[in-house]
Ligand binder design. Structure first.
Ligand SMILES: *Cc1c(COP(=O)(O)O)cnc(C)c1O
Length: 388
């Protein structure tokens, strides 16, 4: 065995080997386990960057970034992604975040600040009952009045329910889910926007939580659904370790220049800047990984991956259909939910659970990411059948 694989700490080595072996079976969560960064890690070590403390503290659009930050590459990363989400070059702002949640933190905080700036009033926070839990945590953190909007059986926010709970006297801060956590539902932005448009005096801020689906949708014919100009949202958050394969938790947050300009100014002497973002220190390595992936995978590579992902999702549904196994999926979703299989399968494939009597009770789901090849999907369905 390669000496470098032995740390002298058996429990550490055992964990590393177990984690590597589990990769193939890790089908219940949306982390891309097909990371194309070996060349990057080699380059990083070859340049001695592992002995340095690099830090992207501060605004990536800072004109004079420190040499110890990779902000000029972070900025190029943002300039690559902004048009994919329909932001106009030169009229957007953003950052490479620590995660999808970090992007939601910024969207919800920026939304509240910009609504207060415009109206002098506290917004009401609206989100569906199927959205990711972090949105509710963030609402609590800011002590918002929350109105939870009911979703339909498949997990989509119901426009009539939004209308029912809407209080148009106060500004509206709403989060749309582009891929609800368990069922992979996409909130229908056009229909929900039509409800909001009935109250032209109400100030609205829309943040799109597109942690998972925001990765592949820009590379499909349905890209309009995550397009700022077409949908009219003010900000969007997309995870990096899900579709884009950054390996480490990461994400992209994008908003309009108008929203950015409406934030409070805090001039921070020791960073020599006006800081709009919440976190101070940020990874300098993760933006480099994004940059590397843009050069080595790029639009064409991601387009092929997006196609494969949706085709393999259809393949999974077909395999389930062949054995008559109860399963469901939303349109454009790479997440298929199904009757919870036997415990052996749940453990082997690390499946998350949920309960919904409308679908017969106990459920699990499978998230078809890049490493979910047809071979692995077929083996999975055979196991579900074998253990049931
Ligand atoms: C995964 C996910 C999150 C959380 O993102 P992290 O990158 O894990 O912090 C939030 N919302 C949705 C819709 C998600 O799929």
């Amino acid at each position: 065995m390669d000496d470098k694989r032995i740390s002298g700490f058996p429990e550490l080595d055992a964990w590393a080997q177990a984690a590597y072996a589990q990769r193939d079976y890790e089908l219940g969560y949306p982390g891309n386990q097909d990371i194309l960064l070996r060349g990057f890690y080699e380059w990083y070590l070859a340049n001695g960057l592992e002995v340095s403390c690099l830090n992207n503290a501060g605004d990536p659009f800072n004109e004079h970034p420190s040499v110890m930050s990779s902000q000029r590459f972070e900025r190029e990363v943002l300039e690559f992604f902004a048009p994919l989400y329909g932001f106009t070059p030169g009229e957007f702002w953003g950052l490479v975040t620590n995660s999808g949640t970090d992007g939601n933190i910024h969207g919800i905080y920026f939304g509240a600040s910009s609504l207060r700036c415009k109206t002098g009033r506290e917004p009401i926070f609206y989100v569906s009952d199927e959205a990711h839990y972090s949105n509710m945590r963030l609402a609590h953190l800011q002590n918002f009045e929350v109105r939870l909007v009911k979703s339909d059986d498949m997990g989509r926010m119901i426009p009539e329910e939004l209308e029912r709970v809407l209080y148009p006297e106060r500004p509206c801060l709403i989060v749309y889910a582009m891929g609800s956590t368990f069922k992979g539902a996409i909130d229908n932005q056009k229909a929900l926007n039509a409800v909001l448009a009935k109250y032209p005096k109400m100030e609205v801020y829309r943040h799109v939580d597109a942690a998972l689906f925001g990765g592949y949708l820009p590379f499909t014919e349905f890209k309009a659904m995550v397009n700022q100009r077409e949908m009219g949202f003010q900000s969007i958050s997309i995870s990096g370790h899900k579709f884009f394969g950054t390996g480490d938790p990461a994400g992209i947050f994008l908003t309009t220049r108008e929203v950015y300009d409406s934030q409070d100014h805090f001039n921070i002497a020791y960073i020599n800047q006006d800081m709009k973002m919440i976190s101070c220190s940020r990874s300098a390595t993760v933006p480099l990984k994004y940059w590397w992936l843009i050069k080595h995978v790029g639009k064409e590579g991601w387009q092929q991956q997006a196609e494969a992902l949706l085709a393999n999702t259809a393949f999974l549904r077909q395999k389930f259909a062949e054995i008559g196994y109860p399963h469901w999926a939303n349109e454009l979703s790479n997440t298929v939910f199904f009757k919870r299989p036997a415990e052996e399968a749940v453990e082997k494939y690390h499946l998350a659970g949920s309960y919904d009597p409308r679908f017969g009770g106990e459920l699990s789901h499978l998230v078809v990411m890049q490493h979910a090849t047809r071979e692995r999907i077929e083996a999975f369905v055979n196991d579900v059948k074998k253990y049931s």
